[in-house]
Design a protein around this ligand. Structure first.
Ligand SMILES: NC(=O)CCC(=O)C(=O)O
Length: 263
């Protein structure tokens, strides 16, 4: 049976530190996505708070309640939802993405590569494991924003069976071309679908360009966001992925004995 799913990247202007406002936007976007027939929705990075570093400890206290509401909403709307939020544990703060499958928390991924250019490593702790998780829409691999610049991570996720890469982000100007090029490269080299949700608008000195992308395993941009709030959607056809993978046999033709032995 040919599997097809509709995916959405939820893009919005995150108001720095205003959890109530961001929460309202995210939940109404999820309702809209479900009304549009979406089964997989990816929200941006740190979507409840933005990078409000100095208040993050306080703001992260709201994350458990947001996750509970996400679980209830995903169950009611029949959605798989991925997005990152500030997570506090044992006195440390993480930039932490969760995968919620129609109400069930299936997995958590803490950002591995903290963006030192923006001081993220001074306020947050890095994760120490990767995540590929089976869900009702397929096997999801999860990475966050700056992780995109580390291709080894994505090869590992692909070798562990990720079919769809979900990437929440807060990626600002002037690096639009890096964003677009690297996302397409990750889709092509790993022959997998990509849903990358960026934010848009201004946060302090940073100007976010949006351009959330849904990409096929052939590298085609199936849908793309503009510079304002929006939620581009695309239909993912898994038979197409199987056909691309059998035409160009990247996985079978690897030579790990020469250049390294990733799992
Ligand atoms: N939030 C981030 O990780 C930003 C990454 C980024 O902007 C980049 O150029 O890389």
């Amino acid at each position: 049976m040919n599997r097809q799913i509709r995916s959405a990247a939820i893009q919005f202007n995150i108001t720095l530190g205003d959890v109530a406002r961001n929460r309202g936007k995210a939940f109404s976007a999820l309702q809209q996505a479900a009304d549009d027939g979406v089964q997989l929705a990816v929200l941006p990075e740190m979507w409840s708070t933005g990078y409000d570093y100095r208040r993050l400890v306080e703001l992260a206290k709201e994350t458990p309640a947001i996750l509970a509401e996400l679980q209830e909403t995903a169950a009611r709307l029949g959605l798989v939802v991925v997005g990152s939020l500030p997570e506090s544990e044992d006195g440390k703060l993480y930039n932490s993405a969760t995968v919620i499958d129609r109400g069930e928390l299936r997995g958590r991924y803490r950002k591995l590569h903290l963006f030192s250019t923006m001081g993220e490593d001074r306020f947050l702790a890095a994760g120490d494991s990767t995540l590929v998780v089976p869900t009702s829409v397929g096997r999801l691999g999860v990475a966050i924003c700056y992780d995109l610049r580390f291709p080894e991570l994505f090869r590992k996720l692909a070798l562990e069976g990720a079919e769809i890469l979900c990437l929440p982000a807060e990626w600002p100007k002037p690096r639009q071309e890096h964003w677009r090029t690297l996302l397409r490269a990750r889709a092509i080299e790993n022959q997998q679908f990509v849903v990358a949700a960026n934010c848009c608008g201004i946060q302090g000195k940073l100007d976010f360009f949006g351009m959330s992308l849904l990409i096929s395993p052939w590298g085609e941009v199936l849908a793309e966001g503009g510079e304002t709030d929006c939620q581009p959607t695309a239909l993912f056809d898994f038979e197409q992925m199987t056909s691309f993978r059998s035409k160009i046999r990247c996985f079978q033709d690897r030579r790990p004995e020469i250049y390294g032995t990733l799992p």
